[in-house]
Design a binder for this molecule. Structure first.
Ligand code: ATP
Ligand code: MG
Length: 243
């Protein structure tokens, strides 16, 4: 399929084998500008290789991940662990991927994420939630067209997780990046995504796709509304059918 300007990444017929065993695919999907696509699937179905392939960090055994923008910095990656540099202060971690010209963005993101007062601290002086926020800020500071996230909130408590969800959404309103969010948490996928892809057990394939119909700004009340619970139930059932 030809790539169009309406796609930030087109993952085209990829599959991947480890040591001769098929771990993932074949599968195809695309992410459009400013669209958040969540990927849910059982543990071990190949979600991490899928994000790594989507980022261009891993060469698929077959197929390709095609990016519409090949500029350095056009793809951001948030790992499951914050992966901060222990020997750089908070502000210097945040500006790791930016040029001097982008300095105002770093300052704004540190402010918006509540890290400005901690800019001179070292990573070990931050809480888990703050570290994750910093990892997010570091990826967003480069103004990526595509943000790839591999279970970025998995290790956090629920209150921090919910706070970061809202922060991610408000940064998204500002920056309008396209995103792929891999998560185990169905409610997280439903709260954050425009579209949800359900993967089967290994070798992971996309078996179902759901549009998330909640238009506009998402707020905490949505999490406790009947349509939200119903969609979570539908996706849980889909996962159960295809595990
Ligand atoms: N570097 C590697 N070398 C060999 N096999 C690997 C490698 N990375 C992943 N695998 C295998 O590929 C499959 C997918 O694993 P992976 O952990 O990437 O899945 P996942 O969906 O991300 O799981 P989780 O939700 O637990 O993070 C597993 O069978 C795993 O053993
Ligand atoms: Mg994984």
């Amino acid at each position: 399929m030809a790539i169009t300007t309406r796609t930030v990444v087109h993952v085209d017929g990829i599959s991947h084998t480890f040591g001769g065993a098929l771990a993932l695919g074949p599968l195809t999907f695309a992410v459009h500008p400013s669209e958040i696509v969540a990927v849910v699937g059982p543990s071990g179905c190949g979600k991490t290789p899928l994000v790594r392939i989507s980022a261009g960090l891993l060469e698929p055994t077959s197929g390709a991940a095609i990016h519409s923008d090949r500029r350095p910095g056009s793809v951001g990656y948030v790992f499951q662990e914050p992966a901060l540099l222990a020997w750089r202060r908070v502000a210097d971690n945040a500006r790791l991927f930016v040029t001097r010209r982008d300095e105002p963005i770093v300052e704004r993101l540190l402010r918006v994420s509540g890290l400005a007062d901690h800019a001179a601290k070292w990573p070990h002086q931050l809480s888990g939630g703050m570290k994750m926020r910093l990892a997010l800020v570091r990826s967003l500071a480069a103004s990526p067209d595509l943000l790839l996230m591999d279970e970025p909130f998995g290790a956090l408590d629920q209150i921090t997780r919910h706070r970061l969800h809202d922060e991610l959404l408000s940064l998204h309103v500002d920056q309008r990046f396209g995103a792929v969010l891999v998560t185990h948490a169905i409610d997280e996928a439903v709260y954050l995504a425009d579209r949800i892809l359900v993967m089967s057990g290994a070798p992971g394939r996309i078996v179902e796709e759901f549009a998330v119909p909640f238009a506009g700004r998402r707020t905490n009340e949505l999490r406790y509304s009947p349509p939200f619970a119903e969609l979570c139930g539908t996706i849980a059932a889909s996962l159960g059918r295809h595990a």
